[in-house]
Design a protein around this ligand. Structure first.
Ligand SMILES: Nc1ncnc2c1ncn2[C@@H]1O[C@H](COP(=O)(O)OP(=O)(O)OP(=O)(O)O)[C@@H](O)[C@H]1O
Ligand SMILES: [Mg+2]
Length: 225
């Protein structure tokens, strides 16, 4: 595999029962460190499915998915989970905060899983909450937060580890424009400062234009816009 690619999909096909054509049909895609890609497409075109495959959360019917030097499809679930913790930040379309843990505990969790100094981790998480204007929500439980606050906590949890790649499924769908722009600018800062690669799904064409490339998913294929 060409080392300059961080993530590469080769002829990836995915079919679901009940649909007459593959939701992804021999998709080819790659992203390099520091690149940012927006993925657009109508509801049901397969955007979330594509991100799940990229993170090893689902398996393709055919084709190859490579992250760094690993071929995801040949690894065990434990190995994939470890790669996800070490290299990915994943932001779900419907944010999956752990309901029994506070905002700050949710954010610090991926750092604790990696091991190392607990107090450093907590300081890092607090710093990020401050950047996002959420420091006074740190000890709230998820059910005590607004939809937009929960979404920003989920974003903080995904970026706190400074991942190699961020996969974000409509990360700013619940946010006002000012907060959405702050998140996009934070992502872009990571692409330049630590060469994080970003793949995000968005319906906002103005925000999509901040990314280096815009792709559209339709009829199982990725189209350049
Ligand atoms: N586990 C599943 N089993 C069966 N069908 C599925 C499954 N997951 C997704 N689908 C179907 O695959 C298609 C693509 O779903 P997906 O969630 O990837 O779309 P999307 O582009 O993210 O849509 P949206 O913009 O509404 O989030 C849809 O028709 C959906 O019903
Ligand atoms: Mg979706």
């Amino acid at each position: 595999m060409n080392k300059s690619f961080l993530l590469k999909l080769t002829d990836v096909t995915k079919t679901f029962d009940g649909l007459d054509q593959p939701i992804l049909d021999k998709v080819n895609f790659s992203i390099s460190p520091g690149e940012s890609i927006a993925i657009t497409g109508v509801s049901g075109s397969g955007k979330s499915t594509l991100l799940h495959l990229m993170a090893g959360l689902e398996k393709p019917d055919h084709g190859k998915i490579e992250i760094k030097n690993y071929s995801i499809d040949t690894l065990s679930q434990n190995q994939i989970a470890s790669i996800r913790n070490n290299h990915y930040g994943f932001i779900y379309q419907f944010h999956h905060l752990l309901p029994d843990f506070s905002a700050i505990e949710n954010v610090v969790m991926p750092l604790l899983i990696r091991g190392g100094s607990q107090s450093n981790h907590i300081n890092q998480a607090i710093k990020l909450l401050k950047t996002l204007g959420l420091e006074n929500r740190a000890n709230h439980m998820p059910h005590e937060l607004s939809g937009g606050e929960r979404q920003r906590i989920a974003i903080a949890r995904a970026i706190v580890t400074k991942p190699d790649i961020i996969l974000a499924d409509e990360p700013t769908g619940n946010l006002d424009y000012k907060n959405a722009e702050l998140i996009f600018d934070l992502f872009l800062e990571m692409t330049t400062e630590i060469k994080t690669a970003i793949i995000l799904v968005t319906h906002d064409s103005k925000l999509a234009k901040k990314m280096t490339k815009i792709y559209r998913l339709a009829e199982g294929k990725i189209h350049t816009k």
